[in-house]
Design a protein around this ligand. Structure first.
Ligand SMILES: [Zn+2]
Length: 138
């Protein structure tokens, strides 16, 4: 067997056996700040490892979010949103409440995510309520 090919196939096995744990990153060298691979197989194995590592991190973050982190609405979310009221970690919309409509922000939104705020802010119900509010105050 060709010496070089033998090296590569041996190395490939090492890489693939390592690719699903959080072990050492192998199979590449850094040349002038760029990653350099001996072969396309090594580059593919590196990508696999990278993906496996990212998936593991995402699972860890999801676990943290679910079991450790307690989400609370942030005061900073109120900046530029005079309608947003936070009472006992529950978010309300003053404009929609005044308009008499029913939505999660009039009943109290308990999903403490900025995405919830942004979705409400862009909703048609809210935009109508805001337009009415602005017409009173002008
Ligand atoms: Zn609203």
């Amino acid at each position: 067997m060709d010496q070089d090919l033998h090296f590569k196939s041996t190395h490939k096995n090492e890489l693939s056996s390592n690719s699903h744990d959080a072990g050492e990153w192998t199979g590449f060298k850094t040349v002038d700040g760029q990653l350099s691979f001996e072969s396309m197989d090594q580059e593919a194995a590196f990508k696999d490892k990278l993906v496996a590592d990212l998936v593991a991190k995402r699972k860890a973050i999801a676990y943290y979010d679910k079991h450790v982190r307690k989400r609370r609405p942030q005061e900073a979310w109120k900046v530029g949103r005079p309608w947003l009221k936070i009472v006992d970690d529950i978010m309300f919309c003053e404009y929609c409440s005044e308009d008499g409509v029913t939505c999660s922000f009039t009943e109290g939104c308990k999903v403490a995510r900025l995405t919830s705020v942004k979705i409400h802010e862009q909703s048609e119900i809210h935009r109508i309520a805001r337009a009415k509010r602005e017409s009173y105050t002008q």
